[in-house]
Design a protein around this ligand. Sequence first.
Ligand code: GDP
Ligand code: ZN
Length: 308
Amino acid sequence: MTELQRVSGTVHRTGGGVYVVATADGQHVEASLRGRLKREVRTGGRVVIGDRVEISPSDDTWTIESVEPRQSELVRRGRGGREAKILVANLDRVFVIVALRGPVATTQLIDRLLVLVESSGMHPTLVLNKADLPDAEEVERRLRPLYESVGYGVLVTSAKSEGGLVELHEAMCAGSSAFIGPSGVGKSSLLNAIDPALDLKTGALSKKTGTGRHTTVGSRLIELACGGLVADTPGFGDVGLWAVPPDEVEACFPEFTEARDGCRFRGCAHLNEPDCAVRDGVERSLIAESRYVSYQTLRAEAEENAAR
Ligand code: GDP
Ligand code: ZN
């Protein structure tokens, strides 16, 4: 096999040992893994959607010869020290999607989702959906300034009335994105509203009958008509199962980074230590109380997971 026969591409779909690779010239081909890569897969190094790979033709099929180093990995960590699972590679951006109503997202849930993304080394944009529902505005007035003050971009959308969709759509047309959030907040509805050709299943009912996208075994990158890619993976819904190493939790709260230089102790956990600049910031309302409470909760959870 000569190097000339190698073609580079991006993995767009995985599942059942088959990988669909989109090549630079826009073709989609099915490929399997070279034996050496298969062994690496068994030791935890999976090939995932978004991976840039080199493939070569062999008889009537293609083989993945190598995987390029990743720019980013969206990781789902297992409970009780179970191995982390990489869900998507090389994402350009992540949207944390929650609902303003029906039911309203708590700050604890939002913070948990933001921390998950931060722990993968990415800075998410927060999307507050279902803005059309009664009293959504009241919730927006509370949540938007809170998260903007932390430094997050916040988009307010409605898949139903199509409010805020132009901005969301435009942000997704270059490179690859992922939506993460609990089920029922409107992730599929937003994608359908942005790009009706997608025709994704929505609503709890269709999911229960087993025809919804959550029953799919594999993961895929969905191609938007405007050229962007969106990750669709099973694994994004159950946010209760995620964890981050305890001493990495504070780094997932961007507004803590400046304050913590002022803590008396290096390695201050910002819990009961004297002269803690983070707790001081909370007392002086420079850091939101709700964010600090989430920090305490997630840190305690992380300690518990690490001890198991
Ligand atoms: P997913 O599980 O996050 O993909 O959520 P779905 O897209 O399946 O939506 C769950 C339910 O919320 C469905 O009944 C949708 O019709 C509804 N829904 C989604 N977006 C909106 C919205 O912006 N406004 C309102 N009122 N309902 C919405
Ligand atoms: Zn401190």
